[in-house]
Design a protein. Structure first.
Length: 602
């Protein structure tokens, strides 16, 4: 028999009672976390999101209540009224904040029962993730998930407060809109009243936030859901949350300051002190030093070591005369077995003729002087692992100056070495201790190239998005040398992860047209896709710029979690399925008919 709540009012949460409350009467409500039956005494741990309190049901003083306690099962919802009592010293539970007290139950109401769940919130071994996602409401009751969602809330509020104090307005933008270009596919929503027409869910509020600048709102932000229909890679979500902002008249540094400010506030809410300003690095430099546009600064940069070798050494080794030789140093790896060294080869994905020397020990035997110089130049300690990446003589004649003023072969070396550097660090991170919790290395990567060449489509694409402004000094190269045009675009990177991207935008309609032209969009195409925006630009658009950062990722890092799904209350699987509600699903013929949609059966 279930009881009604009646006029009972909760006086404390389950994590609240302390020794100083002894003697008080308290009313607690929560789930039965555990019931232990010792005959005359039944102990119930009652739980809510704040903690656990031990309830004591004593047969002698209250036989009816004791009998009722016998009916309780895991996850039943109860209310209990009782006296707070200090525990005997030898029964104090130091592991929980309420461990010095217990509640001697005087009344027990069973507010609801629960089926035996497929797993318990208190289980120490995690069930498989599919089950967790299917029964997300049980999973969310687990302490770790409660903490992650609380952290998410705190971080979001801290960021909101910071931005609001800086004069930013949080302004909502539509979810049912036109396609906005962020490089992925749109999720579409069919219109019933205009059959054959579709809204798109926003990949980002990009054009709306720019229009808000045209509308005079000066400083906008939004913690906003964005939708991208991508082929899902391991840890992507089709809907995710961005901290999106835009401001009028900023220099890039002003945007960076705002981001540094809200990240400091957000990290503080997560329990970490970070110290802006973050270092800054040109895209070109990041590629040259780390082979990647999101360098992990916890690990050493490349060391160029060509000059350590005599020319005849390089010839013997089959190294191309015009290409760099790069040493990758991974700290504190220690001795590697033959097998482990061979594994490095499988971790190396050569791009365009890049060549790997994974066995530095062997090189040391053949070229003792040169390798000693390499060790010295790279600052390598005895336990550090060194591998070399260079271009082979088969790399062919150097095409120069190609994209970004370096030959494609040289870029290929940086790219291959960049990936290997990260792979080595991850593989040996257990040994080298470079990845310490709480070690946050932020970085601004700036001056990205404006365009990227798409070999298959044989045309230039916008590296960020087509509303990003080129450098004022590079405007004249838009037609003649697109590869050399730098964008006023920037990324904020943390420990090798891109947290966000942004740019100063194009605010002049003539320049926007030029960019569309450079991207191979005809006037007609540009007009049909972005006509409304091009028109808006004509009505007095101030210079403006902004950025968007992934909230899910930030919280994941702060929580020390290894998947975005750990910090999103109701996430989707890697196949974009919501296992709890079972979405997506087919819909009825009638619904489709109303929308004028026919589903092809193949
Ligand atoms: N809209 C961009 C993005 O979602 C960010 C920006 O340029 O502000 O990546």
């Amino acid at each position: 028999m279930l009881d009604f709540l009646g006029d009972l009012r909760r006086t404390h949460t389950c994590g609240a009672l302390r020794a100083s409350d002894a003697g008080q009467t308290a009313v607690l409500m929560g789930w039965v976390n555990r019931r232990r039956d010792f005959g005359n005494l039944v102990f119930i741990d009652v739980r809510d999101r704040t903690g656990i309190t031990q309830i004591v049901c004593d047969k002698e003083s209250n036989p009816a209540l004791h009998a009722k306690a016998g009916e309780l099962r895991n996850e039943y919802v109860i209310a209990t009224v009782g006296k707070v009592k200090l525990r005997e010293p030898n029964t104090i539970n130091k592991n929980i904040p309420t461990g010095e007290v217990e509640l001697i139950a005087e009344e027990l109401r069973i507010l609801n029962e629960a089926k035996q769940p497929p797993f318990l919130p208190s289980d120490t071994v995690l069930p498989n993730e599919e089950l967790r996602l299917q029964y997300r409401y049980i999973d969310l009751r687990r302490d770790a998930m409660q903490r992650n969602i609380e952290l998410r809330h705190k971080v979001a509020i801290a960021i909101r407060d910071y931005l609001s104090a800086q004069g930013f307005f949080e302004i909502e933008t539509p979810f049912m809109t036109r396609s906005t270009p962020e490089g992925a596919r749109d999720y579409l929503v069919p219109s019933r009243v205009q059959p054959g027409s579709f809204y798109a869910l926003p990949q980002s509020p990009q054009l709306f936030k720019q229009i808000l600048m045209i509308s005079g709102f000066d400083r906008y932000f939004q913690i906003v859901r964005c939708f991208r229909d991508e082929d899902l890679r391991a840890d992507r979500q089709p809907e995710f949350t961005q901290i999106d902002l835009e401001m009028s008249y900023p220099q890039p540094e002003r945007v960076w300051e705002v981001v540094e400010g809200f990240l400091t506030a957000g990290f503080k809410a997560g329990g970490y002190e970070i110290k802006p300003p973050f270092p800054r690095m040109d895209y070109d430099e990041a590629i040259r030093l780390y082979g990647i546009d999101k360098p992990d600064l916890r690990l050493p940069a490349f060391t160029p070591v060509r000059d350590c070798f005599a020319p005849e050494n390089l010839e013997t080794l089959g190294v191309h005369p015009g290409l760099p030789v790069i040493a990758i140093r991974t700290p504190k790896v220690g001795e590697l077995s033959r097998k482990e060294r061979d594994e490095i080869k499988t971790m190396f994905h050569t791009k365009g003729g890049a060549k790997l020397f994974e066995d530095f020990k062997r090189l040391e035997k053949s070229f003792p002087d040169a390798t000693a110089k390499v060790r010295e130049k790279a600052g390598a300690a005895a336990a550090d692992l060194i591998v070399l990446v260079t271009g082979s003589t088969q790399s062919g004649e150097l095409k120069s100056p190609g994209v970004r003023k370096v030959s494609p072969q040289e870029l290929a070396i940086y790219a291959s070495a960049g990936l290997l550097r990260v792979a080595l660090a991850q593989k040996y991170s257990g040994r080298h201790g470079c990845f310490q919790p709480g070690d946050f290395r932020f970085l601004w990567v700036t001056n990205f190239p404006m365009f990227e060449y798409d070999e298959t489509e044989q045309r230039w694409n916008a590296a960020h998005h087509p509303f990003t402004s080129p450098h004022e000094q590079d405007m004249d190269k838009l037609e003649s040398d697109p590869a050399a045009v730098r964008a006023l675009a920037y990324d904020v990177v943390l420990n090798g992860t891109e947290l966000g991207s942004g740019s100063i935008r194009i605010h002049r309609q003539d320049i926007q047209r030029k960019i569309f032209h450079a991207l191979g969009l005809t006037e007609a195409e540009a007009k049909s896709r972005f006509g409304f925006f091009l028109e808006a630009l004509e009505y007095g658009t101030p210079p403006h710029g902004g950025i968007a950062l992934g909230l899910d990722r930030i919280v994941m890092i702060l929580a020390g979690a290894d998947s975005l799904r750990e910090v999103i209350p109701f996430p989707k699987t890697a196949r974009a399925v919501d296992l709890m509600v079972d979405a997506p699903t087919p819909v009825s013929e009638a619904q489709l008919k109303e929308l004028g949609i026919q589903v092809s059966k193949n």
